[in-house]
Write a protein that binds this ligand. Structure first.
Ligand code: SF4
Ligand code: SF4
Length: 67
């Protein structure tokens, strides 16, 4: 199964990737990191199809998909 990885230090919590995922795998959590950023999180139980919509949408190259 493809695995989506968040490169947390590059994520600025803009949320652009969230609606880009047709499987609704990505979400912004309530909590912030030490920068005050809502770093995007992954619903790991939902299968990723490696469509790469999220990596295409992210302006900061904060997402990687291992196929
Ligand atoms: S590759 Fe596609 S299915 Fe997988 S997390 Fe990104 S948008 Fe969602
Ligand atoms: S689009 Fe990129 S920077 Fe924005 S929330 Fe998603 S992973 Fe983070």
């Amino acid at each position: 199964m493809p695995k989506i990885r968040v490169l947390e230090k590059y994520c600025k919590g803009c949320g652009l990737c969230v609606p880009a995922c047709p499987k609704k795998i990505l979400y912004l959590p309530e909590e912030v990191d030490r920068r005050g950023v809502h770093v995007v999180k992954v619903h790991a139980e939902i299968p990723c199809t490696a469509c790469l919509n999220c990596t295409t949408m992210c302006p900061d190259a904060a997402l990687e998909v291992d196929e």
